[in-house]
Design a protein around this ligand. Structure first.
Ligand SMILES: [Fe+2]
Length: 455
């Protein structure tokens, strides 16, 4: 910490009257100079005899000049300067502790309930920016499959290429290899400096460690030379520890979620395999549904159950016998009654999986009609869950435009007309409008064949 100058100390503590009193009591004349020899005070008759230093924190901050008697004034000023320095150190330490506790409290509160790795990186970056001087910061996560560090989030790199890290190469690569956090206040003179980080002058880099394994790297830098302190390093390392635990938890959750989704898709595929002519029907219904949901601005929670509902909408067909499900000629009334049971069978199947409960409305009611003339429950209007109203449009549109061995699919124009014709009776008009305003339309018009659609 830089000590106060003697001039500042005298002003701050209003020492001039005290010094004059001492001069009078001791019956001496004195000169007081600052550390570079500027005269701060001189009494009548003062002359250069002895020079007594005034120190603070081991540094000379000024001089008291006079006879031997004035040495006591130098001692008193030194005592006051030391007390002042200790007071400042205490205030600084308290401030640091307050900053550390506030930061940790904020981070724990925000990231502990977050299961999205990118969001955790964003929150950690946001908190670091509040407490440490930096112009750029990046969070990288180790990808076990590719054996590389991948960028999870960053701030301040502008148009520069996202920072990459190779194990053992450069300062961050060295932190990755050693597992120890480091401060480098002069990056350009560090032997590990690699071209590419030219704009960074000072940096702190810390490993993200989970169970003693480096799972990522977090590094911050400043494009101006700054002196990062041991306190900055400690704060940043604590932040990195919290981030590592949260990111590891979120990664495990994401892996579990991926496995769950994969199981669901496999389940839906088993239905498609029974009727090979449907060729990717489930995937297209999911893509159309999500495009409509996005246009309608559905909240994230509804989008998630819409996706699963669309994938599983015909899962109940597993309960329909092949001679009915795969029949190529017209169905009898009794056979059609059997087909109409598939949404109910779908509900029965997925109701056994607690994580899929919210998708039941989409599955059970995707054949309901907006005017109440659908099945299985004859629900009407907004009583039909929004996911079911969306899946209904997506499913019908794809069925209309699909070619089967026994019938040719409708052209896009005819299918569009059909959607418009039944908007308000079979379909929710808002959903139909959203379909026409969605990314799906752009994909249709930028591609000649449905097979090339990229959503
Ligand atoms: Fe269906």
């Amino acid at each position: 910490m830089i000590p106060d100058s003697l001039s500042k100390l005298i002003k701050k503590r209003a020492l001039m009257p005290i010094i004059h009193r001492l001069v009078s009591d001791l019956e001496v004349s004195i000169i007081i100079e600052d550390e570079v020899g500027r005269v701060l005070m001189a009494t009548d008759g003062a002359e250069e005899l002895n020079r007594y230093p005034v120190t603070s924190d081991g540094e000379v901050i000024g001089w008291v000049i006079g006879t031997e008697k004035v040495a006591v004034i130098a001692s008193i000023l030194t005592g006051i300067a030391e007390t002042e320095a200790q007071k400042r150190a205490l205030v600084s330490e308290t401030l640091y502790k307050y900053k550390e506790i506030t930061l940790l409290y904020d981070v724990v509160e925000k990231v502990s309930s977050c299961l999205d790795t990118k969001e955790i990186a964003r929150l950690v970056i946001e908190e670091a920016r509040k407490v440490i001087r930096l112009t750029s910061i990046s969070v990288l996560l180790f990808n076990r499959e590719t054996d590389t560090m991948e960028l999870l989030g960053e701030y301040g790199h502008g148009e520069d290429a996202p920072p990459t890290v190779t194990r053992g190469v450069g300062i961050a690569g060295s932190v990755w290899a050693s597992g120890r956090a480091e401060i480098v206040n002069d990056v350009h003179s560090d032997p590990r400096f690699v071209e590419g980080a030219v704009s960074i002058r000072s940096l702190i880099c810390a490993p993200l460690k989970a169970k003693d394994t480096v799972v990522g790297i977090i590094k911050l830098g400043n494009c101006e030379p700054v002196t990062y302190t041991a306190e900055d390093l400690k704060l940043f390392s604590t932040l990195a520890s919290l981030a590592a635990v949260a990111i590891e938890n979120a990664s495990l959750y994401e892996q579990l979620k991926d496995a769950f989704y994969m199981t669901i898709y496999t389940l839906a595929e088993t239905i498609e395999k029974r009727d090979p002519y449907t060729g990717n029907h489930t995937k297209r219904v999911m893509e159309y549904s999500l495009a409509i949901g996005k246009t309608l601005g559905l909240p994230e929670e509804d989008m998630a159950r819409l996706q699963l509902g669309a994938v599983l909408h015909d899962i109940g067909k597993i309960g329909i016998r092949d001679n009915v499900l795969l029949k190529e000629s017209a169905l009898t009334d009794e056979e059609f009654a059997q087909i109409k049971m598939h949404p109910v069978y779908g509900e029965e199947i997925i109701s056994r999986i607690s994580q899929l409960k919210s998708t039941i409305p989409g599955v059970k009611h995707h054949h309901e009609k907006f005017d109440g003339k659908g099945y299985p429950d004859g629900l009407k209007g907004n009583n039909i869950d929004i996911t079911a109203r969306i899946i209904s449009v997506a499913d019908t549109f794809d069925a209309m435009t699909s070619t089967r061995p026994y019938r040719l699919g409708l052209t896009l124009d005819v299918a569009f007309e059909e959607l418009k014709k039944y908007s308000g009776s079979q379909f929710d008009p808002e959903v139909v409008d959203a379909f026409f305003a969605s990314d799906v339309m752009e994909a249709f018009f930028s591609s000649n064949s449905r097979g090339k659609i990229v959503l």
